[in-house]
Design a binder for this molecule. Structure first.
Ligand code: SAH
Length: 217
């Protein structure tokens, strides 16, 4: 039997309760955003019931929609504020951008695979996420015309931190990025820009992302 709107709402509430709040994420705005964004709309047709699994899921082109908890971990670390302008590098299905769009004023999102970018753009439009601008391109160079950003999230594992991204942060801005030399094994870093040349790095733990591919990666 096909699942209805109420079933999906229940499934999202359960996902937030067990996987997100249950693991210590407390920010009520973030928990609300993750209850509201219809994660089932960001997976391939026929896979809706798997959308709430505690794992990443394939979205085509060898890429994945991140595990819900990893999305929450990055958003919480980003300390988003209502008026913030944010950039996401590696938009994939558009799910993390949609959650981010509920937490900040404006989101710019970049995806390097054209087919994924087009699908994500259509999806976000259909869902009425009108504070998100998504383009196809290499996100390692950031989005200079829209910079500076209060928050930058990188949803793919980088061998090193792209300088362009650090430079596109406001003073006090937060860059959340998985960094590591080996595919699938990274440390999630939070880099807070403290001034023109200074930054503070915090290690948030081990994560596993698909690789960031680009000029500055
Ligand atoms: N945030 C996404 C997760 C997508 S996985 C979601 O919620 O669905 C990471 C994505 O990063 C992949 O789709 C991959 O194609 C993309 N990517 C890798 N390198 C990139 C780059 N240099 N610029 C933009 N996107 C990139």
């Amino acid at each position: 039997m096909a699942l209805g709107k109420a079933d999906f709402e229940r499934a999202r509430a359960h996902m937030v309760e067990t996987q997100i709040a249950g693991r210590g994420v407390r920010d009520p705005r973030l928990l609300d955003a993750m209850r509201q964004v219809p994660r089932e709309a960001f997976v391939a047709e026929g896979y809706e019931e798997l959308a709430f699994e505690d794992a990443p899921l394939t979205i085509g082109e060898g890429q994945t929609i991140s595990q819900p908890y990893v999305v929450a971990l990055m958003m919480e670390a980003a300390e988003t504020k209502v008026g913030d302008v944010a950039l996401e590098v590696g938009a994939g299905s558009g799910y993390a951008a949609a959650v981010l769009g509920r937490l900040v004023a404006r989101v710019f999102a970049i995806e390097r695979h054209r087919s994924l970018a087009e699908e994500a753009r259509r999806r976000l439009k259909r869902l009425g996420c009108d504070n998100i601008e998504l383009r196809c391109g290499d996100g390692t160079r950031g989005w200079p015309e829209a910079a500076p950003f209060d928050v930058i999230l990188v949803s793919a594992g980088a061998p090193k931190v792209p300088e362009a991204l650090k430079e596109q942060l406001v003073s006090g801005g937060r860059l959340i990025i998985p960094v590591g030399r080996h595919d699938g094994h990274q440390r999630l870093l939070k880099i807070t820009r403290c001034g023109a040349a200074d930054s503070l790095t915090t290690d948030l733990g081990a994560v596993s992302f698909v690789p960031l591919v680009g000029e500055q990666a």
